[in-house]
Design a protein around this ligand. Structure first.
Ligand SMILES: [Zn+2]
Length: 820
């Protein structure tokens, strides 16, 4: 049986030594070959094509019956099909299923390194404790949640060993698109790694999931749950108690081993499902956060430099850490002990874990649950968005039904074909939290204190984020339905009649935009009409998309309609209207060496909807002559200082330091005055307002948290629908708001304003500061323009409805007004 050091050439956790992705995979492959207790699965390939592996570790006897135990778990998750006697039998026969997800964040290297040692011990040890674990538990061990990132981080670390940058930050994202946000994807499932983890999770529905992280260096040595309030209300109370029980059990074990500085009940809450898929699927999410070193380089943390809160013993941490040397090996030891505690707990209380798992789902399928259902009409303004929302539910193992006949519910009539999500189903709570509007609770330390800062964002209502109409139905109703296994997005259509001038299509969906990109890419002329018109007896509102005929058009439209849900209507003659003549935008996306996650998400969204773009770095902007290569430059959600000053040479090698500098600001100004469009996203507006002296004021800039605080909520805006950036939108729209500016407009045109009552979902403190202020401004400057999109328009690739502000702004920035 190979030890990790036999393969790596060093001991796990040794100072300045890290196993990279290839070595970790190689080690697990070797174990898989020789150990009958270890079964390695390559679940799939990562974003960058690397193997994503999970090791199934249990006794040899259990390995022979793996499928049986998997089925027990599946059946216990759906008590509708189970008698009490059958359930009892399964509870007594089943195994505790534990999933350990290591190093979700690739710079948090400790757990990934530890995983090899853990697997080796479980594969080789024969003491009573290990046997008890192997007999009672099936462990699903994912050594690297983000193998691509592990490789990048280890490469960077090795390259800088022995230099002043040893252990320092890497100037790009450690997951191609999301970086640190890769664990904020647990309901939208946009990323490959999320979906691969889901595959393992949904096959097994583990009751315990240990998510292993690291945090800063001066706090506790290890955080474990309980979490602090609030819990998202759809998380079952049984599960919340299990979280507390497991967390304090881990803390007890580590404390008993003399490991000081283990803290619970601090900092981390359990509100957003974006980090906690498991909480809606019968599994507890145990977050562990170990204190970091500089990757594998040891550090000294003198006691007096520890945060005051962890210097003194408390009910949260009865054994403080004494301070001193802190090493990768320490992290490995703490992480190892934490996982072992989870395994001994589940092994010892196997039946209790199985029974609780069953009880949680028994409550979930109770037919008396209310609301009874959510109804999603098939007649939607943006049907593809509705279907993509239903796809999210299917990925989350939620049953989605379609009505076979018309029906009545809560006094409304719905036709056949209407989609229905019943709430009484095993994972109905997952759908419910994503369908309903959030009311974030008002938690204050004392009356008049600012709101307790939520750990993450607080609004996650998908119908609002995606622009989908849904109806909540309280009372039970009768309807014949069929369950949908997969959600099919219908194809589009090309009308039979030929268009003399060309064809016209909609502007309501992101697929309409993708179609536009395909046609521009093939060299067709595409326009948006700025006046309404009639053709073939149909009234066309402003902002339709029109493609002008040339050879091959019908074949190309047919191909697009065969692939995207876009329908093209013929246009017999040129309408006598004003238009915007679009061109294939030469788009530059600013990529900062500060590794902006928003830049990564922006890339993901642009690629998804087929925008060609080029990344531009500081050196490109400093070089100037930007108008030669670009029509539109996009600055993601970043602070002014990060853009202009960037990182310091103290932190990164000189080629990555310094930002765009004053010369870059000058070059962007030159770009705009020569006709370019500069688009800033969310907080980057401040950069444009200050540096280009715009007649726009961010009116919430100097307000404190007591006066104004909107920690990631969904708000309503009113659009100026005659402005091209709002084409395809209705008057009302919902947007996401987080660390966003609010504009008083003394120059340019406001495209979207906040109404009197703007909060739709989440929390808004001081919302009166929004009233009649602008969320999006178009400021013409010389021959060009600056467009301030004052909210995260493509937030974590969740806000499908508001993607189109960005898409429209890009096209508009490169378009020329014309008269047909
Ligand atoms: Zn982390």
């Amino acid at each position: 049986m190979p030890k990790p050091e036999d393969v790596l050439g060093f001991k796990v956790g040794a100072d300045r030594k890290l196993a990279d992705m290839h070595q970790i995979v190689e080690y697990f492959r070797k174990l898989d070959r020789v150990s009958p207790r270890v079964l390695l699965q390559e679940v799939g390939k990562t974003t960058e094509g690397n193997p994503f592996i999970t090791a199934v570790i249990t006794s040899v006897e259990n390995h022979k019956n793996l499928e049986k135990y998997r089925m027990i778990q599946q059946r216990l998750s759906d008590p509708r099909q189970l008698s009490e006697q059958e359930a009892e039998r399964m509870i007594s026969e089943g195994k505790a299923i534990v999933m350990v997800n290591c190093s979700l964040h690739a710079t948090e290297v400790g757990a990934g390194q530890m995983s090899m040692e853990l697997a080796y011990d479980l594969a080789t040890r024969d003491d009573d404790e290990t046997r008890r674990i192997l007999d009672n538990v099936i462990l699903l061990l994912t050594p690297m949640h983000n193998p691509d990132g592990t490789q990048m981080v280890v490469d960077w670390y090795r390259k800088n060993l022995g230099t002043q940058y040893e252990g320092g930050r890497m100037p790009w994202l450690y997951q191609k698109y999301t970086g640190h946000d890769n664990n904020r994807d647990w309901y939208m499932f946009t990323q490959v790694e999320s979906r691969l983890t889901l595959k393992v999770h949904n096959a097994w529905h583990p009751m315990v999931i240990v998510d292993m992280h690291q945090m800063g260096s001066t706090g506790a040595r290890l955080f474990v749950p309980p979490y602090v309030d609030p819990y998202e209300p759809n998380v079952d109370p049984i599960l919340r108690q299990e979280v507390a029980m497991m967390g304090t059990y881990m803390a007890t074990e580590l404390t008993s081993q003399g490991k000081g500085g283990v803290e619970h009940s601090s900092g981390f809450d359990a509100w957003t499902p974006a980090r906690a898929y498991h909480h809606y699927h019968g599994g507890i999410r145990i977050l562990t956060e170990a204190a970091s070193v500089k990757l594998a380089t040891p550090i000294e943390v003198p006691f007096e430099e520890l945060r005051p809160a962890v210097q003194e013993e408390s009910v949260r941490m009865p054994l403080p850490w004494k301070g001193g040397a802190w090493t990768l090996r320490d992290i490995v030891d703490y992480d190892y002990a934490a996982v072992m505690a989870a395994l001994t707990n589940t092994a010892g209380l196997r039946k209790s874990w199985l029974r609780n798992f069953y009880n949680i789902h028994k409550k979930a399928v109770d037919p008396d649950r209310r609301p009874y259902a959510y109804v999603i009409p098939a007649a939607q303004r943006d049907l593809p968005a509705a279907l993509r929302m239903l796809e999210v539910f299917r990925l989350g193992d939620v049953e989605v039904h379609r009505a076979e006949s018309g029906f009545k519910a809560d006094g409304h009539s719905y036709p056949a074909g209407t989609f229905i999500v019943f709430m009484a189903q095993p994972f109905g709570g997952f759908a419910k939290t994503l369908l309903e509007r959030q009311k974030y609770p008002e938690i204050r330390e004392y009356p008049g204190a600012p709101l307790k800062t939520p750990y993450d964002v607080v609004g996650h209502t998908l119908p609002l984020l995606m622009g989908v109409d849904v109806m909540k139905v309280e009372s039970p109703f009768k309807v014949k339905t069929s369950a949908l296994d997969t959600i099919v997005i219908p194809k589009g259509r090309l009308a039979k009649e030929t268009g003399g001038f060309g064809y016209v299509w909609g502007h309501e969906t992101n697929d309409d935009i993708a179609a536009c990109n395909r046609l521009l890419g093939k060299g067709y002329r595409v326009y948006w009409n700025a006046d309404k018109f009639q053709a073939n007896g149909t009234d066309y509102p402003i902002g339709r998309m029109i493609v002008e005929k040339k050879a091959g058009l019908e074949a190309d439209l047919r191909a697009i309609a065969g692939d995207l849900p876009v329908t093209f209507q013929p246009l017999p003659e040129k309408p006598k209207v004003r238009v915007y003549a679009l061109k294939k935008p030469r788009l530059g996306l600013y990529k900062s060496w500060t590794a902006s996650m928003d830049e990564g998400w922006t890339r993901w969204v642009l690629e998804k909807f087929e925008f060609p773009y080029q990344s531009i770095v500081d050196a490109d902007i400093r070089k100037g002559n930007l108008h030669r290569n670009f029509d539109v430059i996009l600055i993601p959600d970043m602070r002014d200082a990060a853009i202009v000053e960037g990182l310091s040479e103290e932190d990164v090698p000189p080629e990555y330091a310094g930002g765009i500098g004053d010369v870059g600001v000058k070059n962007l100004e030159d770009f705009v005055s020569r006709g370019g469009a500069l688009i800033t996203l969310n907080s980057a507006a401040e950069f444009a307002i200050q540096r280009f002296h715009l007649g726009i004021e961010n009116t919430v800039k100097d307000l404190n948290r007591k006066e104004f605080f909107i920690p990631g909520s969904i708000l309503k805006v009113l659009n100026e629908t005659t402005h091209p950036i709002a084409y395809g939108f209705e008057r009302d729209a919902s947007i996401f708001f987080r660390r966003s500016p609010v504009f008083a407009v003394n120059e340019g045109t406001s495209v979207a304003q906040y109404p009197t009552a703007s909060l739709l979902s989440g929390w808004a403190g001081g919302a009166e500061h929004l009233v009649n202020r602008s969320a999006l401004v178009d400021v013409p400057i010389d021959k060009g323009r600056i467009i301030l999109i004052g909210f995260p328009t493509q937030y974590r690739a969740q806000t499908h409805l508001s993607f189109r502000y960005l898409f429209n702004a890009i096209f508009y920035g490169a378009a020329a007004p014309e008269r047909f």
